[in-house]
Design a protein around this ligand. Structure first.
Ligand SMILES: *[C@@H]1O[C@H](CO)[C@@H](O)[C@H](O)[C@H]1NC(C)=O
Ligand SMILES: *[C@@H]1O[C@H](CO)[C@@H](O)[C@H](O)[C@H]1NC(C)=O
Length: 443
């Protein structure tokens, strides 16, 4: 999700095209491998292509005073990188629509050093989930809600777009595992441990789409996961929700890989060795992923944002440079595709929107990727990871839900909630409350 989407949009409204804040070229894109077009179409028809990161709810909510008004427009044309005609043209079979709240700092809120100042993040997330669910309800013949790998396969065989949800950033949990469990019930299938801000759980690498690639000052000792964040990872494993490490600090990624009993994912990141940007994954962390002993069986899904790929050569071919670098370390069965469409201002040339996936397949064919390898990167590898996450959930099904609370919280029910003169409390409860109040006053 772009940090300053609202600011950019209002800027766009007030200036002419010649003053756009980013470069727009008029040269039409000519696919470099037209002889592979038919072959790429065949492959897209045969195997599901799943994109792990599309910020559709954020766009619908940003440009519509009443976001629900956007739903019917999705079948015609909708601003941004995604609508249904373009998704069909591109052969998209599945998409994770991200539910997120802006980082509170983006709208002038300071959560404070302990992340305790109240914000509206939960409302933003729930409104985004509601929007996705109502979009699904509006298009029963074109879309199908999916939570598992099998659901995605079923949607594909019915010719419907499989729609899944992820939560981007644990600031959206408002310091609560109860919130997480309710999001999981609503269908959220991954949680990105941070967006561009830190949370009580985890440290972010900052450096989001709206920045030049700067990191942000640490908020936690070690700039990684907190003890509370490790509890979160265990709860995600128990719930069968994927742990997403895009946007996190390097130490959060390292800590989470060590803590997770299930494969981890990066839903929209590239390779730092190809382009040195904090949103890309460094080699030493890639070394922790793969098939070998002691490695996490996770997956890195490559992003399409020009700034992360290569500001000087933002092309589909350059994205495949990232993918091949990652695959050289983690293996070709641990890579996938996660565009960040609608969360970025400018996608790379050749992959300008969701209709352009055939160009990506052509580039992979041109580089000698085999059909099974391409089926894997399109979605097969991700479905394997989803299945393994589901197996871990089954293995942990005897565990109770985590009873932990964020130890710094001061807003949990206290004696103030007992009504006037504690009229709503049973006498024995009143006694406990009075005693606790005395203890608290003595502190
Ligand atoms: C969406 O568009 C397709 C193709 O134009 C049309 O057949 C279908 O009825 C539309 N569905 C809805 C719900 O608008
Ligand atoms: C851009 O990257 C592609 C893929 O590596 C390469 O073939 C091409 O020569 C590069 N172009 C420039 C101008 O560097």
């Amino acid at each position: 999700m772009k940090l300053h989407l609202i600011a950019i949009l209002s800027l766009l409204a007030s200036i002419t095209a010649s003053q756009l804040p980013f470069e727009v070229t008029d040269t039409p894109y000519v696919p470099p491998h037209p002889e592979l077009e038919a072959r790429s179409r065949e492959i897209l028809a045969k195997y599901p292509l799943i994109d792990t990161h599309i910020d559709l709810p954020a766009t619908m909510r940003t440009i519509n005073r009443r976001p629900m008004d956007a739903i019917p427009r999705l079948n015609e044309s909708h601003p941004g990188h995604f609508d249904l005609p373009r998704a069909k043209a591109g052969g998209l079979a599945g998409a994770f629509f991200t539910a997120n709240a802006p980082c509170p700092g983006a709208y002038g809120r300071d959560v404070g050093p302990d992340f305790l100042n109240p914000t509206e993040t939960v409302q933003h997330v729930l409104e985004s989930i509601d929007l996705v669910k109502n979009t699904l309800a509006y298009y029963p013949t074109l879309m199908k809600a999916a939570r598992t790998a099998q659901d995605v396969r079923d949607a594909f065989s019915e010719g419907k777009l499989a729609v899944l949800m992820g939560l981007e950033g644990t600031h959206g949990l408002a310091n609560s595992l109860s919130t997480l469990r309710m999001y999981a019930e609503l269908g959220v299938r991954y949680v990105t441990l941070t967006h561009v801000c830190h949370s009580s759980f985890a440290s972010s690498n900052g450096g989001g789409a709206g920045t030049s690639g700067s990191t942000i000052p640490p908020a936690h000792p070690g700039n990684g996961l907190t003890t509370w964040g490790i509890e979160l990872v265990h709860e995600l494993n128990r719930l069968g929700v994927m742990v997403d490490l895009s946007h996190t600090s390097d130490n959060t990624a390292r800590d989470a890989i060590k803590a997770s009993k299930a494969p981890v994912v990066w839903t929209h990141s590239g390779a730092r060795a190809v382009n040195n940007h904090p949103r890309n994954v460094p080699d030493d962390i890639l070394e922790m992923i793969g098939d070998g002993p002691g490695k996490n069986n996770g997956i890195v899904l490559s992003v399409l944002f020009s700034t992360f790929i290569d500001p000087n050569n933002a092309t589909t071919a350059r994205v495949v440079d990232h993918i091949e670098h990652i695959a050289k370390i983690v293996g070709k069965s641990h890579v996938g595709l996660g565009s960040d469409f609608n969360g970025i201002s400018l996608a790379v040339e050749g992959m300008e929107d969701v209709s352009k996936w055939p160009n990506m397949i052509q580039e992979l064919l041109h580089r000698g990727w085999t059909e099974p390898e391409i089926a894997g990167i399109m979605g097969g590898n991700l479905l394997r990871v989803m299945e393994e996450v589901e197996v871990v959930k089954k293995e942990l099904s005897n565990l109770p839900p985590s009873p932990e609370i964020y130890y710094k919280r001061t807003d949990l029910p206290a004696h103030e909630w007992g009504g006037p003169n504690m009229a709503y409390l049973a006498p024995d409860v009143q006694k406990i409350v009075v005693q606790q109040k005395r203890l608290r006053d003595e502190l």
